[in-house]
Design a protein around this ligand. Structure first.
Ligand SMILES: Cc1ncc(COP(=O)(O)O)c(C=O)c1O
Length: 400
């Protein structure tokens, strides 16, 4: 630890002058070596830029403030830099990976899994496995239009036929429409989202799983955002259903305040080997997952967070975020006459009922824009424990 601390101290001392640099003056890589002074300015600017996550009205995106212990985890992983393709060489890091994986498997009620660099990769891999599983020969994938765009990309890459199912209650997939579509054209896979990107809606998971079962189709749950609810007892039955899906993904780097990338793909059956060729230089090639070289970067920050602060602290943080989201909904409903779209997962969308332009707040990272039912809405995301309903009301009030 002292080795790491002194290395960091040296670096920070070297680069700790005050900055006066503007982003356009960024030194060019091809002009290397750059003067230390200008690099120090860039580093200061970057730290300042990242500081927006500490603001209590920062709520435009799924980008939370990260905790010091998780940052330490990432630094240690980078400094360790071992490759877990050869786990015997790094028994400690390999054990930590297994522990973190087992913890998540138990939490989500799945048997197997591996870490991935984001849920876009997880969605791609889940659909790849669905195709590989040969449950059916159908190339059709059903999802609501509110599914994340990584599903479209995955289907394009895998040459699958993505078909959108109508939604009801704003963004939730309609079970009636899904039933009808499956009857007409049985699918390879059904995707249900737990926490849609735009408004945090939860698809009817249990019904999607039952329908998938009836048609011998794969059911993948994209819980990249809403997976954080797994720690809350009031959502037990949702996660009991999720445990019966073929696969589920979750992004601790969104709602558990972890540094990116930190994602997990979990599944019920060992994945069938993707490759047919083994490599000669490894004792055991990663034959049944997409990622190759990896160190502790995807899980060590989370392991340290859990062992240092405990899962209760993650639960409390999640509860706090959701309480702040509820508070904002109530205040907006009381103090403005805007249309409000609440969710159970910490995303609040709203539509001012006249021509109100919140562009200045978009630039400040307070709100983002989205479209619901062909209507433009503004969106607030409670990803950070720093985000406060009162602070948001203060900046929104002038527009009421
Ligand atoms: C529901 C959902 N799925 C998948 C993703 C993609 O995750 P990542 O950005 O980690 O690749 C996102 C990102 O916002 C998301 O909201």
């Amino acid at each position: 630890m002292s080795q790491l601390t002194s290395l960091l101290n040296d670096l920070l001392k070297e680069f700790s002058q005050q900055s006066s640099l503007m982003p356009n003056d960024l030194p060019k890589i091809q002009d290397m070596p750059n003067e230390r002074e200008s690099l120090a300015n860039v580093i200061n600017l970057l730290l300042k830029e990242g500081n927006v996550h500490h603001s209590d009205s920062w709520a435009a995106h799924m980008t939370p403030k990260t905790s010091p212990i998780s940052i330490l985890g990432q630094l240690i992983a980078a400094s360790h830099n071992g490759n877990l393709l050869s786990p015997k060489l790094y028994p400690l890091m390999a054990e930590i990976e297994q522990q973190t994986l087992q913890y998540l498997c138990q939490l989500f009620g799945h048997q197997y899994g591996h870490f991935v660099a984001g849920s876009s990769y997880a969605n791609l891999e889940a659909l790849w496995q669905a195709k590989q599983s040969r449950l059916t020969d159908s190339p059709i994938v059903y999802a609501a239009r509110s599914a994340h765009y990584s599903i479209i990309k995955a289907c394009q890459i895998l040459d699958l036929d993505l078909r959108y199912i109508a939604s009801e209650h704003s963004e939730q997939l309609s079970i009636e429409a899904l039933e009808h579509a499956c009857k007409q054209h049985p699918p390879l896979a059904i995707i249900a989202t737990v926490g849609t990107t735009t408004m945090g809606a939860i698809d009817p998971v249990s019904e999607c799983i039952s329908i998938a079962k009836r048609y011998d189709a794969w059911c993948h749950i994209d819980a990249a955002w809403g997976g954080a609810l797994v720690l809350l007892p009031e959502h037990k039955s949702l996660f009991q259903s999720i445990s019966k899906a073929h696969s589920v993904c979750f992004d601790p780097h969104k709602s558990w305040q972890q540094p990116k990338p930190a994602s997990i793909l979990l599944y019920q059956q060992p994945l069938s080997p993707i490759l047919s060729e083994d490599s000669s230089y490894l004792e055991q090639s990663p034959m049944n997952s997409l990622p190759g070289s990896r160190g502790g970067e995807l899980f060590l920050p989370l392991w340290l967070t859990l062992t240092h602060s405990g899962s209760d602290s993650l639960r409390q943080q999640t509860q706090q975020r959701l309480q702040q989201a509820d508070l904002l909904v109530k205040r907006l409903e009381k103090e403005s006459n805007w249309v409000v779209y609440p969710s159970n997962t910490g995303i609040v969308c709203f539509r001012p009922n006249k021509e109100i332009d919140l562009s200045p707040l978009i630039e400040q990272g307070v709100v983002s824009q989205a479209i619901i039912n062909n209507e433009h809405v503004y969106r607030i995301v409670f990803a950070s424990t720093h985000t406060q309903a009162d602070a948001l009301i203060t900046v929104l009030k002038p527009y009421f």
